[in-house]
Ligand binder design. Structure first.
Ligand code: FAD
Length: 421
């Protein structure tokens, strides 16, 4: 079958790979100048199946309501008072925060991300691509004993589901991660999530796409999807900035989808952009580099070593579709790096030499992705990878390829199927 995959981020590239493996004639298109140029390039790099907590939770209900009126929260709502798409999304998010819904969504999400992490391991092994992968676990840091205890308790449901964690007091933390020696007095300890891992997803996508090209994949960058043609229950073509493209089937993997395009796709797409900030900074003292990725659970900022650079990410802002930022937006990221690993990056010139970007999480209200078809039988969706797309992509790709081939996916898709509109 001739298949066009729309969007060359994690969702699109991994799906294109699987479809090529299945023997299809696949074209992958993206408006950016290169593969994986949006969130899939700049994310935190952490594969964190053990932290598959949905954002919508009974506690988050209060945080979200407060964020509507105050801008000093971890979650911020900027200038969206009049955006109907934000309010429609927000109401569905608040409904998902109810305790009985939370348990159901957590179960669904954990089922999916465990499968997805296994699929990532298979994909990495079968392709052999290199992406600064680290498999020594991921650290979650706490600055007070009470916070460490609460953080540990929060993991009980995940322990029951079989994830392994080690609680490290300050001394054990320093043995595990000597690079934190200079900041140890600020830390009470950490939880080490043993099965979590990290890697550079943008590099992964580009390497995988290049390998798929050798096996027949066609890649068209600088090609923006503007509208689709339909006839009855089928899509008959896609209009792009470089001409019309016709195929037998289409996969929508566009991440955050512009509203005027989303309206044409015949599906309920409750995806809102939640933006975060990302800085990738050269390490001037590589001998002081952390050996594994981690998250400061007080400041909600992540770090991840990627070769000779350090990726630092954080922030959750509802700020519409725009992607403008100011240098000041990144200050918290550099401050965190300096606080935890003093001298590792050049605090003065670092910001100038860094790759800085705003990236947008394609969030659904339930923090779980959506698959299948909507109104059009040959337009498949792999969307809504949200805050964990690096963790989820390989599983999402396998499910999409299975559905297109008419195979049963390896996991139940209850709650993960897209609805027609
Ligand atoms: C700050 C931050 C940190 C994160 N950290 C992590 C992490 O540590 N671990 C983790 O698992 N996940 C993380 N994520 C989430 C992860 O990055 C995303 O879930 C993932 O990148 C989504 O992949 P995607 O392919 O769906 O979307 P995208 O990467 O956005 O890809 C969509 C592609 O579609 C293209 N496109 C859009 N519209 C058009 C159009 N009209 N025509 C043509 N092309 C179009 C875009 O150019 C883009 O390349 C983080 C996200 C953010 C913002």
């Amino acid at each position: 079958m001739r298949i066009v995959v729309l969007g060359a981020g994690l969702a699109g590239v991994t799906t294109a790979w699987r479809l090529v493996q299945d023997g299809h004639e696949v074209t992958l298109i993206d408006r950016a100048a290169r593969v994986a140029d949006a969130a899939s390039e700049t994310n935190g790099g952490i594969v964190s199946a053990s932290r598959a907590f949905p954002w919508a939770s009974p506690q988050m209900h209060k945080t979200f309501m407060r964020a509507l009126t105050r801008n000093d929260q971890a979650v911020r709502v900027m200038l969206l008072r009049w955006d109907p798409a934000f309010w429609a999304w927000g109401l569905r998010f608040l409904a998902a925060c109810r305790p009985e819904r939370y348990a159901e969504i957590l179960d669904r999400k954990v089922r999916f991300v465990r499968y997805a992490q296994e699929e990532l391991a298979l994909l990495a092994a079968e392709s052999g691509v290199q992406f600064h992968r680290r498999q020594e676990g991921v650290l979650y840091l706490y600055r007070s004993a009470a916070a460490l205890e609460a953080g540990d308790r929060k993991l009980d449901p995940m322990r029951r589901l079989g994830f392994e964690f080690r609680v490290l007091d300050r001394a054990a933390l320093l043995r595990a991660e000597p690079s934190l020696a200079a900041s140890a007095d600020k830390l009470a300890g950490a939880v080490l999530s043993v099965s979590d891992e990290s890697g550079e997803s943008g590099l992964f996508c580009r390497e995988l796409a290049a390998l798929a090209q050798v096996r027949g994949l066609m890649v068209r960058t600088g090609c923006e999807v503007r509208r689709i043609d339909v006839e009855g229950s089928r899509v008959t073509g896609v209009h792009t900035s470089t001409g019309r493209i016709v195929a037998d089937a289409y996969v929508c993997a566009l991440g955050v989808i512009a509203p005027q395009l989303a309206r044409q796709l015949g599906a309920d797409l409750p995806i809102y952009p939640v933006r975060g900030y990302s800085a990738t900074v050269p390490m001037q003292r590589p001998e002081r580099a952390p050996t594994r990725a981690g998250i400061d659970e007080t400041r909600l900022i992540a770090w991840c070593p990627m070769g000779d650079r350090l990726r630092i990410t954080g922030g959750a802002e509802f700020a519409g579709w725009g992607r403008k930022s100011r240098l000041a937006d990144y200050t918290r990221l550099f401050d965190l790096a300096e606080d935890l690993f003093p001298g590792l990056i050049d605090r003065v010139r670092g910001p100038v030499n860094s790759a800085l970007s705003v990236c947008q999480r394609p969030m659904t209200p339930e923090s779980t992705p959506l698959f299948g078809t909507g109104r059009y039988e040959n337009l498949w969706f792999n969307v809504g990878l949200g805050h964990m797309g690096w963790t989820m992509a390989a599983g999402a790709a396998r499910i999409t390829a299975d559905l297109i081939a008419g195979r049963y996916p390896a996991i139940l898709l209850d709650g993960l199927r897209i609805k027609a509109r």
